[in-house]
Design a protein around this ligand. Sequence first.
Ligand SMILES: *Cc1c(COP(=O)(O)O)cnc(C)c1O
Length: 308
Amino acid sequence: MHLAMVAMDLKPGDEVIIPTVTYIATANAVRYCGATPVLVDVCADTMNIDPADIERKITSNTRGIIPVHLYGHPADMTAVNRIAHKHGLWVVEDAAEAHGAEVNGQKVGTLGTCATFSFFGNKIITTGEGGMVTTDDDALAAKLRLFRGQGMDPKRRYWFPVIGYNYRMTNIQAAIGLAQMEGIEKALADRERLAKWYDEALSELRDQIILPVQASWAKQVYWMYNVFLRDGDANRRDHVMHHLDEDGIETRPVFYPMHILPPYLQDSSYPVADLWSQRGINLPTHLDLTRDDVDRIARSLAGILCKK
Ligand SMILES: *Cc1c(COP(=O)(O)O)cnc(C)c1O
């Protein structure tokens, strides 16, 4: 992500629009260049960047937008690209959590100026650590390669026209990634099956929790299967998670919004993010789960939610 920001020529004083609900790497990549991440609220249904709020946050210093395809559901790229085009901004997709997701039949990673994917151990495709940048722009690809390899001129050994970084992936990691890619269709299908099991097992709890939705134009990939409590705050959510933990079920809270974290702390309120990030839970989403496991998780959840 940092490499993509470098390739966008991001400088101190520049502003980049990002959703406040994301993994912190999105904001950090902007900050590494001395630029300012400008936070935007999210949509309640998918927790993805809210296009209407993007418009409100654009200034003369805005250079680009980083929509994040959060938890595997694509951001509204049609709206984001329309706004970017209108204001002359670049768009870098943060596709770290969404390998294989689609917008109107087009894969994420092909929809912006460029896109970044993560191959960290818990992502849909992994090489342990690492990632990739995708673009169909040859000049941009050359620039990315230049900065990836300490800035060495590809035609003149040990000649460095710029200050680059060592962001190369090892061949060993790349080999693992290629083998992972051979199994991606199955991995995505298995995730979809797991999500269906959850949808069925949790349907009776619909008056208590909100299950994942999918926009009409989207194909999501369920990096994480999330549910949102219909009522309460973070304390209630943490109480529910604690109950599940006592039943041997590991869960995680939905990401805290950037504006409440120390490095990006702000007084401003982001009503949707503030409310719904407190109510979201990542349920176990790994491919060894059986139908029985899913039923047991649903029973445990019902046990705490339906307790008077
Ligand atoms: C995992 C993740 C990243 C960062 O990926 P790393 O490979 O861990 O650096 C960036 N953005 C989002 C939304 C992520 O989930």
